[in-house]
Design a protein around this ligand. Structure first.
Ligand SMILES: C[S@@+](CC[C@H](N)C(=O)[O-])C[C@H]1O[C@@H](n2cnc3c(N)ncnc32)[C@H](O)[C@@H]1O
Length: 288
């Protein structure tokens, strides 16, 4: 849809998630301790060749899921499209980041600045949206393609409205939000959609509105082992190992993307871009 066709678009209706029943995926019935479970589940986690994930038949909102999302992101068999792994993923992601994400989510909420209407794109289990709501905003939305994650998010964070969708085609009218948050989303978006995603975010932001992005730092992917040990000790070894182990098909193209230029093309200015460890923190403002 073009920019003008979404002017005046009413807000989407957030589903009543407790009433949405989601089907099992193939791996929800696998006994992980059996021989068959070992072959189908554990081998797939460690294997380099990953067949495409499959949406469970009859899944709610299947039309909202793009094909590129059907991969074993983070080595999870069937990605985040299963009953069993979606909950494990929400908890495991924060544990694997050793507490940095919780602090990072607080940073995102603070950096969004003044306002009451915020959108968390690629919200997953909704923890960033919840951090924004805790800071006092009452009009907070989370958007993600996975209904499995959204159902958990809605159960865990009742003060936020959760809807299915993708960042490159936002179902909101122009200038709807004071701020947009994206926590560990952009490195999962194929390069051909990143500029379109920025365009959509700029469209839904009010003039002066902020886009706050947190992403994995490039350093853990590209620095050698020895510089990582010297700079960060055991912590550096851990994050370098994690970066090499976890399946992220679009990570290199994201790190090569010229964000400053991409933002300026959609009328936004990059005001902060800090390459920390293990995270990169970014703030951009839409021109007034
Ligand atoms: C690494 S997770 C981060 C989840 C959440 N932001 C957090 O910090 O816990 C990336 C999320 O982006 C979602 N995602 C992938 N492609 C997307 C797209 N094109 N638009 C919106 N969300 C997307 C995935 O379903 C997943 O929940």
């Amino acid at each position: 849809m073009s920019e003008s066709s979404k002017a005046g678009l009413p807000d989407p209706c957030a589903p009543v998630w407790p009433e949405v029943t989601l089907p099992k995926a193939w791996l929800d019935d696998v006994n992980m301790l059996s021989r068959d479970g070992f072959d189908r589940f554990w081998r797939r986690i460690f294997s380099k060749k990953k067949p495409p994930a499959k949406l469970p038949e009859g899944m709610y909102g299947a039309d909202c899921v793009p094909r590129y999302a059907l991969q074993d992101f983070h080595n999870l068999p069937n990605g985040v499209y299963s009953l069993r792994l979606s909950r494990g993923y929400i908890t495991g992601f924060d544990i694997s980041m050793l507490g940095h994400l919780e602090r990072g989510r607080g940073w995102i909420a603070n950096s969004l600045g003044a306002g009451n209407s915020f959108l968390d794109v690629g919200c997953g289990g909704g923890k960033t949206a919840a951090a924004i709501a805790r800071s006092g905003a009452t009009d907070v939305w989370g958007l993600d393609p996975s209904p499995y994650l959204l159902k958990h998010a809605a159960a865990d964070h009742p003060g936020v409205r959760f809807i299915q969708g993708v960042v490159e085609d936002l179902p909101f009218c122009d200038q709807r939000f004071d701020g947009v948050a994206a926590c560990f989303l952009f490195h999962e978006v194929p390069p051909r959609y990143i500029q379109q995603a920025l365009q959509e975010i700029a469209r839904v932001l009010k003039p002066g509105g902020r886009l706050v992005i947190m992403e994995p730092s490039a350093e853990q992917y590209y620095a050698g082992w020895w510089p990582m040990v010297r700079r960060y000790g055991l912590f550096g070894i851990y994050f370098k190992w994690l970066a090499g182990f976890v399946y992220e098909p679009f990570i290199n193209s994201w790190h090569q993307f010229d964000l400053k230029q991409g933002l300026s093309q959609v009328g936004m200015e990059l005001v902060e871009d800090e390459m920390g460890m293990p995270m990169r923190n970014i703030v951009a403002i839409k021109s007034t």
